[in-house]
Structures are given as C-alpha cells and as structure tokens.
Design a protein around this ligand. Structure first.
Ligand code: FDA
Length: 971
C-alpha cells in the first residue's frame, strides 16, 4: 500500500514536470489555424466530422478539379454544415472561382494536413524530415504506407519498396542522419501476402515468411532492426506466429534487436505478452515489445459486433489505460528478456513507466519511448531533457495509400477519449490528466437479447480450436462416404432400387452418398401421408410449431462442423462458404420461428362495441419444396421451415446434386421429434417426380429456387387447374439473376476490387446473387482492370477441403461444360483480360474476365452460374444505370462510389431486389438483408424478411356480433 502511494506520488511529480512543458504549446492541429479550426468544429459536431473525414478519405483519388469542387459541395453545403464553412463554399461558387483554383486550395490544405503526420511521399522526399529528427537526436522507425494488397504482384512491389528502403536507410539516410540508436523499419504482414487469412494458417505463415525473408536478410546485413506492427485482431495470432517463427530461424539469430507491437486495448494481450516473454527466455532470443494502446478500436467494436463475435477490446478507455500500465509493469520487470518500447503520447502512461522504472532502479537505457511523427512534439522534448531515448514512428508514402493512416491519426486527435485532445486542445487540468485510470463502476451492460433474433455468428477461423475442429470434421466425414440414404415418408424409411449417386466435384471418383430415388408411387404415398398429418399439424399451436424449429436450430448448431464438412465435399464449398451456409440455415429456423409466434397471434381490427373482428392466418395445406444445390442446407431449410412452421405439411425434393445434405436436414428435424408426415423426403427426377408433384391437385403451394427455365415451367404447369383441385396453387419462385456492380471514379478501388472478386468468384460464381457484370464509369477502367486481373490471378484454386482455397470446382460435369462454352462465347464477344487455366482433377475452371463486351451480348445478358465476368465501360452514371438495368433479371446489384448524389441516384434507379453499396453483393443475412428479386428473377416475397411467411398462409377475417339482446361484453 505504501509503495503504491509513493509510486503515485512519483508519477505526479514526473507528470507535473512534463505537463508544465506542454501547457503553452499548441496542439498538432493548431486551432488558431484554418485546418485546426475545422478539426475543432468536427469535435463538436459528429455529423460534420463524418463528412469531413469521408471527404478527406476520397480526395486523393479524385482525378479532376471539377470532381473535387462537386464533392466539396455535396459533402458540405447542406443544412448541417457549420455556417461559416457552408458560406465559404457557397462564396467560392458565387464568385465564380475556377474549379482549378478551388481544387488546388483544397488539395494543398489536405496535403499540408497529411504532411503533419507523414514524413514524405517516399524515402527521398522524407530525407529532410528524417534529418531534422536526427538533428534532435531522435531515433526513428520508418513505415511504408501502402494500399491494400490485392494481388501477388502488389505484394512483390511492396516487398521491393521495403528492400529499397533498407538500402536507403543504410545509404543516404545513414550518411546524413545518425541518431546513435540504430535505424528501424516497421512493417505490416498483411502487405506481403495477398491471400493472408488465418483460416489457411500454415499457408499464410509460409508465404508471408517467404516474402519477409529477403527483407530481414538485408536488414541483418545492413544492421537495421525490424518491428512488426500489429493490425486487426483477426491477424493478431498470425502476426505473432510469423514473427516468432522467423526469429527462430538460424539465419536471423544475428538480426539486430527486432520487435513486435502488442496492443493494450485487447483483453488477450497480457497472456500474449507473458507467452512472448516465456518464449524469449526459452529461446534466449531478446526482442523489443512495442507496447501500444491500439489504433483500430472503432473498427474492432463495429466489425466484431457485426459478425456476432465477442468484442476483443476493452469497451472503456480507462480499462485500456490500466491494462497499459499493467503490461508496462510486466515489461519493465522483464528487461532481461525483452526490450520495452513504451509507445504513447499520454502523460499519465509515460509518467507511470518512468516512475516504475525508477522504483525498479532500471537505467534509462533499459527501455525507450516511442511516439508518432507529428504528434506531441513537446512531450518528446520533455523526455529527451530527462535523457530518455525517444524513437519516432515515421510513415512514408503518397496520399492515396496514406489516407487510412491519416484518418486514424485524425480520429485519434479528435476522439472524445483521446489524451491528446484532452491535454493539448481542451487543456484539461493536470489533476485530471494524471489521475490513475479507474476501473469502471458498472460492468458494461450488453445489449439485451431477450429472445430477439440475432444472426448466427460464422466461425472465427483465426481461432485454432475452430480450425482443428473443421479439419477433424473433414477427416471424419470421409468415413461416411458411400453410405446409402433412404426416402423418408410418414416416419418410414424406404430404400429404393434406383439411387442418386452424389459425387465429390473435386474428385468425382469419390461417392459422397447414394440416396434413394422416389417415383410417382412414392410421391403419391408422400402426398397421402402429408394429407393425414396435416389435420393434426394445422391445429398445433403456432408456438409449439415454432419450438420444433428452435430445437432443430440447436441441433444444427451442435452439428455445425459436420454439416459444413459435408457441403465441402458434396458441392465444393470452401470452409468459410460452407460454414456460412450452415449459419444461414440456423438463421432461417430462428427467424421464422419468431415470425410465426408474431403472426400466430390473432389481430383484433378496430374497436367497435358489439362487434369483434379477428384477423388470423391459416395454413394453406400441402406444399412442395424444390431446392437447389448451391446453398444446399440454407435455402432448403428456409423453404421447408417456413412451410411447416406456418402449419403446412411439406414434401421436400432436394437437388440431385446435394441429396445427402438434404437428407441430413430431414434427419435433424426428425431427431427433434417433428411429427411423422409433416416433412416428407422425396428425392427424384425433376421431370418425373417434380412434375408429378407440381401438377398434383392436392398440392396447395410450391416453393422453388433454381433456374429460370425450370421456374417458368413450374409456374405454367401449376397454373393449370386439374380435376379435384381445391385451391389455386401459390408459387414462390426464386429464379436467378444477371447481377451488376457499378464502379465510379470516386470509388475506393481497394474495396471495389475485393468486392468484385468476392462477389464474382466466391463459390465459383455459382450464387444467384453473384456478380457477372461490372460497369466502370470514367477513366479508372484501366487501373481497375489491372488490379482485378492481378487479384484474380492470385486467388487459390483447388480442392475446397484445403483451407487456403478461394475457388473450388463447379458443381458437375454439365456446369463445367456450360461454363466453358460461355468462355468461348466471351472470346468472340469481348476482349480477353484473363482466362486462368487450372490443372486439377475434378470440375475445375479458372476465372475468365472479358472487357468491352457489348451490353446486349450473350455474356452480358445470360445467366452463366460460373466464374465468368463481363466488364463494361460507361461514360457516366446515367449510362451505367442504363446498362445495369438492361437485363430481364432484377435480383441483386451493387455500387462502389463515394459521391453522395451518385449513391442517391443509384438507390432510386437501379432496379434490383437487393442493392449493396460499397460492399460485396453476396452474403445476404437473414433478417438484415432479406433476399429476393423481381422481374425474371422470381415471384414472391423476400426470404428472411418480414413478409415471407405470409405466402404460406391464407389470411382469414372472423367477424363476431358480440351483442346479445342489447348486452355487450364490458371492456
Ligand atoms: P490515449 O491515452 O489518448 O489513448 C488512446 C487510445 O485509447 C486509443 O487509440 C485506443 O487504443 C484506446 N481507446 C480509446 N477509446 C477507448 C474506449 N472507449 N475503450 C477502450 N479503449 C479505448 N497501433 C496499433 O494498433 N498497431 C501498431 O502497430 C501501432 N504502432 C504504433 C507505434 C508507435 C510508435 C506509436 C506511438 C503508436 C502506435 N500505434 C499502433 C498507435 C497506438 O495504438 C495509439 O493509437 C496511439 O498511440 C494513441 O494512444 P495514446 O496512449 O497516445 O493516447
């Protein structure tokens, strides 16, 4: 206790000394100057801050002056912008300022803002800034800013830039700048391997190490140390693994003291640090630990909440600060094994480290402080005065790659929680700034779930336990190959002579299973059984029906790995896609069960004495579900569960290409006690069983997802009335699309390229929402195509059971033949950008990209359902929309743009059922992005939406006269 008090006393003393040196110094973004003033406004007005940062973000990619002026207006001249800024912009236009002058002024302002935090556009340009640091006796670490690396080529370029940097540091900088503390470079592993993803742990470690080895070799040779930056949480374990495993290699034993950044805002970091110290001890491998608080706080909170994963960061700033102190203590107590680099601009955090070092009698050389270029200069001066080593982290790079970094720094300088803001801008009193971080009084209250629907989180494959379980499930599933599966009718299992043989599209000699094949006789039995079961089932309380779905969801959750493994083998999905399909299936069960509880309660209409009007939904009767192979569990589960929870009995005919997954769905329902006859399992041929069911007079509705030709035929056949038929059949049909993404000249190309690759090539282009047309507006087409080509060349194609695979096989021989046919057509209709050859056994086919195909050409009009992409050019957004709307389909579409008026126009005029802005166009989530189109894309309401269940029921209104001899029930 005493020592705690005296430590606090020491912290205050040291803090006060530093504080007095910064009191009169203006902040990095000096509020007496124009840009500082704007930042000051942004701190007061959240909406303005969002616009400002978005404008700064888009600015470097705007190629023309006119565009800059236009966006300036669009971002700032409506009502919510502070008057003074709005006035200035309006004046500029009133006084007829030439766009060139305005654009130059804006560009210069943002450039000078960037200059405060970025040392130069390249190492040569940064030379003066670095020399100035050297003169002040400051050590530095140079970081090369880069765009998101989407291809191997971009990763190689980045590697070369780092190799040049290392040479430059020893050469020119070495001659002109000598700080005595050694030069250091900082790097981020995600820039060295375009396919980096912990799902492919070994591949990612191997490839990243390969790319980094030449840099480390040269650094060793030239006596330069290397520090690994820490990025998003998703990459954390991978970053540590790459770092340790490289340093364990003999050739890097003599690498100058190198290090890794660890983030105090992460709840895991204490464990990571202790493990790292243990490793350093065991291997006698001294390393630097750069302790930072963490720069991606907002991102981690948003992304992890979006995914339904635990939020890995502390949610209270003081907890981060407290953890920073605890980690500082661990570091300073272990200086025999690690070299602490305390990276912060916070006086309290700095003073804590200084006071503790004093208590531990550590010499000043035992640790160093690190700060970011352009931030808190007075602090570093104060530290130098007391003979501490200070290293400056100096980023170098152009404006476009520097934007993400600049926005992070601006966020940091303007955030409510920021120490820099509180100390330099708000001039908070010393007492507040030096206070020990407090543990929050109240535990963070999580959002109440109270039974509300939440999407099932996908598996987080950055966790080793999930990777291991998936690998085990794949191994186990092989023992299930070649089994026989029966039909399931009215509780009885029927093995038939005829079978559908389900093959592994990656290795068609492997039989996934043999599933019995129903014919008219079995179809008739299924209808009869369902008719009997329906009497009881339709009377079952909606809540009870919903509970069957919830039990089925729970069972699926238990079998998640097993079901995903089956899909990987049966239809060629990758780990992530297969897992997402199982999650979506669970979502449908959870969502429709809640919807039924909502709709199952009678609604009383109006409020009239002596009369009661009740509005209820009754089941339609018996339905047929005909489902596709591309989402073999999710779409089947959605259609089946909607049908049965609404009180109908359902005959389920799975696709002949995914019958084993279909069987598993029925088996799980059965394990959960669903009464016999409510769900009949009847695989069979479309022509025979499908047609028989669809035309049968006892069938009341048909839920179908599949091709347009089959969908239209079902609509025609079902439209005929047959003898004994008592209802007009209701059709719910989802029939595909020819989906387009529009990209304009203000798009973030990093995001656009990634979005197109995922949307067009994910699951080999076999999603109904897949992108098969890209329409590029303006002059960016060349750059876009170059990056897209590089990205498509870099993705991994192979058996999907390999975790690194991005593209597996198409589903069968037919699909392969058909898609290859379209590749040939594309060669005639467009200009070949890429046709990637693959040499695997199985139904593999590389991506094919064509440019300049006329909008009315076949590859731009027909649904291909394979990895074939047509890229077209439009002169403006009007023409882009015209091309986009030129097909008969209206399913999904996308836009990448940072121009508000373009976003609005596209929202108004793009005729699609699902529109996605600045993101991929696949992966709709139940309840969040209800899915489905119109036009030739289908009839019916959106799956996973609030109207979907209504299609499976008939609304009924019951009006009762409650007046008896003039007496009405009292309220
Ligand atoms: P301050 O005391 O104001 O702390 C701000 C930090 O608190 C935020 O950055 C965030 O971490 C945390 N925080 C804010 N709101 C919070 C809340 N509501 N709940 C919990 N915590 C909250 N970052 C990184 O992620 N990887 C890296 O590799 C590096 N590298 C690096 C090198 C060097 C030399 C420096 C100086 C900094 C970094 N950083 C970094 C950036 C670093 O993580 C951090 O963002 C800034 O240094 C700001 O922290 P301070 O202690 O200076 O300020």
């Amino acid at each position: 206790m005493d020592s705690e008090l005296s430590l606090e006393k020491k912290i205050r003393e040291l803090g006060l000394d530093i504080y007095s040196s910064i009191r009169e110094v203006p902040p990095a973004l000096d509020t007496r100057r124009w840009m500082g003033k704007i930042m000051e406004w942004s701190m007061k007005d959240k909406d303005f801050k969002t616009r400002l940062f978005r404008f700064i973000d888009v600015l470097p990619s705007l190629k023309t002056d006119e565009l800059i002026v236009r966006l300036l207006h669009e971002y700032f001249t409506d009502v919510d912008t502070p008057k003074i800024i709005r006035g200035a912009i309006e004046r500029i236009s009133r006084q007829g300022f030439l766009p060139k002058m305005t654009a130059t002024l804006v560009r210069k302002s943002v450039e000078s803002l960037a200059r405060q935090f970025i040392a130069g556009k390249d190492p040569e340009d940064a030379l003066n800034s670095l020399a100035a640091l050297g003169k002040e006796n400051l050590a530095f670490s140079i970081d090369l800013l880069g765009e998101t690396v989407v291809s191997d080529k971009e990763a190689r370029n980045y590697q070369e830039r780092y190799l040049d940097l290392v040479g430059f540091l020893r050469g020119e900088i070495g001659e002109s700048v000598d700080t005595g503390s050694g030069h250091d470079i900082s790097l981020k592993i995600s820039s060295f391997y375009s396919q980096l993803d912990p799902v492919d742990w070994f591949g990612s470690v191997k490839q990243t190490k390969e790319a980094l080895r030449p840099i480390l070799r040269k650094a060793k040779e030239l006596c330069i140390s290397v520090t690994f930056d820490m990025e998003h949480y998703y990459y954390k374990d991978l970053t540590i693994a790459v770092f340790q495993s490289l340093l364990e290699e003999n050739e890097f034993e003599a690498l100058p003291l190198s290090g890794i950044a660890l983030q105090a805002y992460l709840k895991d970091t204490k464990e990571d640090l202790l493990r790292l110290i243990g490793w350093a001890k065991e291997k006698s491998r001294r390393v630097t630990v750069r302790l930072v608080k963490g720069a991606y706080w907002d991102y981690e909170v948003v992304i992890n909440r979006q995914k339904g994963w635990p939020v890995p960061v502390f949610l209270n700033k003081e907890e981060t600060d407290r953890n920073f102190e605890e980690l500082t203590k661990i570091l300073l107590e272990n200086t025999r094994f690690v070299s602490p680099a305390i990276a912060t601009h916070n006086i309290r955090s700095i003073s804590y480290a200084l006071a503790l070092a004093d208590f531990l009698s550590l010499p000043k050389e035992a640790f160093e402080f690190q700060m970011l270029y352009g931030m808190a200069e007075p602090l570093r001066e104060a530290l130098q005065r007391i003979r501490c080593t200070v290293r400056v982290y100096a980023p170098v790079g152009g404006l476009i790659p520097g934007m993400a970094y600049l926005v992070r720094r601006l966020l940091e300088n303007t955030s409510n929680e920021s120490f820099l803001r509180r100390s330099f801008v708000e001039k908070s009193p010393f007492e507040e700034l030096i206070q020990a971080p407090q543990t929050p009084q109240k535990a963070e209250v999580g959002r109440s779930l109270s039974g509300a629907f939440r999407n099932e989180p996908d598996l987080d494959f950055s966790l080793s336990k999930n990777r291991e379980k998936m690998a085990d499930a794949l191994k186990d599933m092989r023992n299930e190959f070649n089994k026989r599966y029966p039909l399931f009718i009215s509780g009885g299992e029927i093995l038939t002579d005829g079978e559908t043989v389900s093959l592994n599209p990656s290795a068609p000699h492997e039989v996934i299973g043999r599933v019995s094949f129903g014919q008219k006789k079995e179809a008739e039995e299924a209808i009869e059984g369902a008719t009997k079961a329906c009497k009881e089932w339709r009377r079952t309380d909606p809540k009870e029906r919903a509970e069957y779905l919830l039990r089925t969801a729970a069972k699926m959750r238990q079998k998640k790995f097993e079901l995903a493994a089956l899909e990987i083998y049966e239809v060629g999905k990758t780990w992530k896609d297969a897992d997402a399909d199982v999650s979506e299936a669970i979502d449908y069960l959870e969502f429709y069960s809640r919807e039924m509880i909502r709709l199952g309660k009678p609604k009383i209409l109006g409020d009239y004495p002596g009369e009661e009007n009740e509005y209820v939904y009754n089941p339609r009767g018996i339905g047929v579900v005909i489902s596709p192979w591309n989402f073999p569990l999710a779409i089947s589960t959605g259609m089946v569960s909607a049908g049965i929870v609404a009180g109908n009995c359902v005959i389920f005919k799975p696709s002949g290409l995914s019958p084993v997954t279909g069987y598993k769905l029925v088996e799980i329902f059965s394990l959960c006690g669903l009464p016999h006859g409510v769900l009949q399992f009847l695989p069979g041929s479309g022509e025979e069983v499908g047609e028989y069911l669809v035309s049968h007079p006892k069938i009341d509705f048909i839920a179908f997802t599949g091709s347009r030709d089959v969908g239209l035929r079902i609509i025609r056949v079902a439209g005929e009335t047959r003898k004994g038929q008592r209802s007009v059949k209701k059709i719910i049909a989802e029939m595909g699309g020819k989906n387009a993404i529009i990209i304009d000249e203000t798009a973030d190309l990093d995001e656009a390229v990634k979005g197109v690759i995922e949307s067009a090539l994910g699951y080999q282009g076999q999603k109904c929402s897949a992108c098969s047309r890209v329409i590029v507006v303006g002059d960016i087409i060349k750059v876009f195509l170059n990056r897209l080509k590089g990205a498509a060349e870099s993705i991994q194609i192979g058996p999907p059971e390999e975790p690194g695979t991005f593209m597996g096989p198409v589903v069968d021989k037919e699909a392969l033949k058909k898609t290859k046919g379209y590749v040939e057509i594309g060669k005639n209709e467009g200009k070949e950008v890429l046709i990637r050859a693959v040499q695997e056994e199985g139904y593999f086919l590389g991506p094919a990209i064509f440019a300049d195909a006329p909008p009315e050409s076949r590859i731009a009009q027909e649904e291909i359902f394979g990895p074939v992409l047509a890229v077209m050019k439009a002169k403006d957004i009007e023409e882009a929309l015209e091309i986009a709307n030129m097909t008969s389909y209206s399913l999904s579409g996308g836009l990448f743009s940072r121009t508000p008026s373009v976003i609005k126009k596209v929202k108004d005029e793009f005729r699609v059922g699902n529109l996605y802005i600045n993101r991929k166009i696949t992966g709709a989530l139940v309840g969040r992005q209800p899915f489905g189109g119109f036009g030739m894309s289908g009839v019916g309401s959106k799956a996973g939406g609030p109207d979907y269940l209504l299609q499976f029921m008939n609304p009924v209104c019951i009006s009762e006269n409650t007046l008896r001899r003039g007496f009405a029930p009292l309220e």
